[in-house]
Design a protein around this ligand. Sequence first.
Ligand SMILES: Cc1cc2nc3c(=O)[nH]c(=O)nc-3n(C[C@H](O)[C@H](O)[C@H](O)COP(=O)(O)OP(=O)(O)OC[C@H]3O[C@@H](n4cnc5c(N)ncnc54)[C@H](O)[C@@H]3O)c2cc1C
Length: 412
Amino acid sequence: MYDVCIIGGGASGISCAITAARMGLSCIILEKEAKLGKKIYATGNGRCNITNHIFDDNYALYYNSDNNDYVSFLNKLFDKKNPDKEIIDFFYSVGIVTYDIDNYVYPHSLQSSSVMWALTDTLKKYGVKTHLKTRIEDINQSDGFYTVYTPNEQIKALNVVLACGGKSYKSLGGSDAGYKLADKLNLGYTDLRPALCGLNTKEDMSSLAGVRVKAKATLYSDNKKIADQEGEIQFNDYGLSGIMIFNLSGKAGKVLKNGEKPYVSIDFIPDVNDSTIFELFELNKFRKAKAILNNLINDKLAGYIIDNTLFNDIYDTDRYNKDYILALIKALHSFKLEITGLRDFDNAQVTAGGISLDIINPKDMSIKDKPGLYAVGELTDIDGLCGGYNLTYAIISGIRAGKGIYDKIKSN
Ligand SMILES: Cc1cc2nc3c(=O)[nH]c(=O)nc-3n(C[C@H](O)[C@H](O)[C@H](O)COP(=O)(O)OP(=O)(O)OC[C@H]3O[C@@H](n4cnc5c(N)ncnc54)[C@H](O)[C@@H]3O)c2cc1C
């Protein structure tokens, strides 16, 4: 009989196991893939962006699909108010020194493999058993303990932690297995949708595929501003991607779900005022409009704006009149693209939705009215923006469950 059986060997399952095993509990991790932490290896483009120094009191960096009070949930979960410090301390305790790049926190090696190496060595040190290639499809509870059915055996445990992650990126272990288990255990889950993903646009952007530009993008729904982001946008065959678009995708998904029509308005030159553009045209009126615009923005984008949103390119200084330049300025500051959908789960870094926060105690991630059952990480109905927020949530929720199980066993 184990004290803890953890289903899923990703960020949340591993942090839970390390926390519980350090306090002397017997733990086993059951992982369906051939290695632990497949997603962790891929995070931060292989550099593993584990947390971020920017956190605000309202947790606007996180979303929840159910519209329930996820802010107070996170306030209780992140009880130290500085989750970044807790994450850095956790990693230091397994031997990982961190490195900051513009508030984004990485392992000093800038290699996610070093994180996984340290975590797996720590699991071994504390005697955590790990069964790989072990997919769990059934769990039963009776007589005060759980029976977890693997393809080869039955594992008995006093406590079970569902740490199965989301359904994004099948190639990295994403699946709906956790949601099926949640259904079997009568927990249910809220609607799922891709998040931190690209946005499909009505307009054909394929001629700009591969172009990356710095910009500010504002998401609107029926002319109501929903959110904005600054950073890099990448154009693709299907529409838009890049970190700032990923960060808008959660809210775009909500708008689409409500049946509203979202659009993105892009400001390619938020830092340039109108008089500068008038001056540029005055100084360069012997040049083509595309060439003049290329003094400010990417040449392909300049061509696209001239060809598709204004007039054909001209070499006619008479046409560079005030109206022409004002129309160009408008296109540069508010380039409008209609959002028709989100990319699919296999192209989304996280899954929005999951086991409802209504049935989870944020202090220890235990399921209300189901003694001994816990749910942590992305499987639950919280998703964060790019920048280390998802790993932060997964790891801290795992730590809370590990500690909560220890406290419960100790108090009995
Ligand atoms: C490409 C990419 C880049 C990312 N970059 C970042 C980043 O830089 N920073 C950041 O904070 N977040 C990042 N994320 C998100 C982050 O990786 C996840 O939110 C985080 O890993 C979630 O941890 P988890 O433990 O909840 O789930 P996971 O890490 O997905 O782990 C769940 C594990 O459970 C296993 N499992 C599922 N069901 C079963 C079952 N029935 N039986 C046995 N095993 C099962 C899965 O195989 C998986 O290994 C990125 C995601 C992707 C896809």
